[in-house]
Design a protein. Structure first.
Length: 417
């Protein structure tokens, strides 16, 4: 199924296609309404009874779909609406079997399902057995309801409690998404506060010194211009140092890290409904080597771009990320691979993108799937240039399962003190 029709658990439909998919998923269970429909057609009822029965059935189905469609993933902020619709269903489920006959007892199963979908668990534990018990009482007074009544008791109980479990799962997922968004917002606020503190520490002293020296130079200028010139030179030196400090601080904030990108990739894939298979943490390069900040940043950018392409373009169900140390003739490399099971075997043509001293990594062409083919002109080209700058390499290829991106950066010998 295309991602257009995929609805992540706990999220409301955002498009007509997703609404239609959810409606089909809920409406498929209306197949059990075949008994009342057949009774309307072949039950030998009078014309007026058929019309009233059909209207009652349509109203019942509308109430059922509204309750399940609108209230499964919501808290009971509209409790009166949900309970009112459920009460309306219950009344019809009693009246229609009494007036139309035994085949209409199946409506009680849908009442139980609606109770499980729309009510909290504490309420559903009472409502579902009550609906089943009333169904048994109504059917008990009808002569031909014995076998059908026995067959419906189990579906009514099982369907109601199963739907109650589904509702709890959906609500838990909604709460987890809200908690995740809150944590992300708190983290962003904390990062802004940290940036504000760091900038204050960096610039507070420098700006105060510049202000004092400016006032001093202003007073010295008429009588001692040579001393004023020294103060102005000091102002220039302090301001240049402050500018350098700010640039270094901002560069440090903007530079991505592998642990941070691994955590972000896991979240992005999970939110998109793609099963992530990622290492718990970035591996240490080796006992005698280290990864420079520039190489780590290039590899982190590669991971971010690859995961973004998987989420946006691949239609994948699973994404595997691996970080491995490789030995080559030119020395050790840290290799990142990102492989998905999406539409990687189809699409345009691509190739190895850049090389940096790693033998055998240049040239050649390989098939690139739809996900990377769309982004190859911009995102992957930029990654290739970034990796080449630090002596790394980027490759894209179609794998057996989908699309494969490989990025390598060199591991430099550790500097001994």
């Amino acid at each position: 199924m295309s991602e257009t029709y995929t609805i992540p658990v706990g999220q409301r439909p955002k498009t007509r296609q997703q609404s239609f998919a959810k409606f089909v998923w809920i409406g498929v269970w209306l197949a059990f309404m075949g008994a009342p429909v057949s009774d309307l057609i072949d039950g030998g009822h009078a014309a007026g009874a058929v019309v009233l029965g059909a209207l009652g059935l349509v109203a019942f189905v509308a109430a059922y779909l509204t309750n399940v469609f609108r209230h499964t993933s919501r808290m009971l902020d509209r409790r009166g609406v949900a309970v009112g619709l459920l009460g309306f269903q219950f009344v019809l489920a009693v009246v229609l079997p009494v007036t139309m006959g035994t085949p209409w007892l199946v409506l009680f199963v849908y009442v139980s399902v609606s109770a499980g979908a729309a009510l909290p668990l504490a309420w559903a534990r009472v409502a579902i057995p009550v609906a089943t018990g009333v169904m048994f009482l109504v059917g008990f007074h009808q002569e031909d309801a014995g076998d059908l009544l026995t067959a419906l008791v189990f579906p009514a109980l099982l369907g109601g409690f199963a739907m109650s479990g589904v509702r709890q799962l959906v609500r838990t997922t909604v709460e987890l998404r809200e908690a995740r968004a809150t944590v992300a917002e708190l983290a962003a606020n904390e990062e802004r506060l940290r940036l504000a503190r760091d900038l204050h520490d960096l610039l507070g002293h420098s700006l105060s010194l510049i202000t004092l020296k400016s006032e001093l130079a202003g007073r010295m200028l008429p009588v001692r211009p040579d001393k004023a010139a020294e103060q102005i030179a000091d102002i220039e030196r302090v301001s240049r140092q402050a500018l350098t400090d700010v640039r270094e601080a901002v560069t440090g904030y903007r530079r991505p890290t592998l642990p941070g990108e691994l955590a972000g990739a896991r979240t992005a894939l999970a939110v998109a409904g793609i099963t992530p298979d990622l290492p718990a943490e970035a591996p240490c390069p080796s006992a005698g080597g280290e990864l420079s900040e520039e190489c780590e940043a290039a590899l982190a950018w590669s991971l971010r771009e690859a995961v973004t392409n998987v989420v946006r373009h691949s239609g994948a169900r699973r994404c595997v990320v691996a970080l491995t140390r490789r030995e080559t003739l030119d020395g050790p490399y840290l290799e990142l691979t990102v492989e998905d099971d999406g539409q990687g075997g189809h699409g345009g043509r691509g190739g190895h993108a850049g090389h940096g001293g790693h033998r055998g990594q240049g040239g050649g062409g390989t098939a690139v799937g739809g996900a990377a083919g769309a982004a190859h002109g911009n995102g992957l080209t930029g990654l290739s240039e970034r990796l080449t700058t630090v002596g790394g390499a980027l490759e894209t290829d179609s794998s057996r399962r989908g699309f494969l991106l490989t990025a390598r950066v060199p591991i430099r010998p550790r500097q001994e003190n």
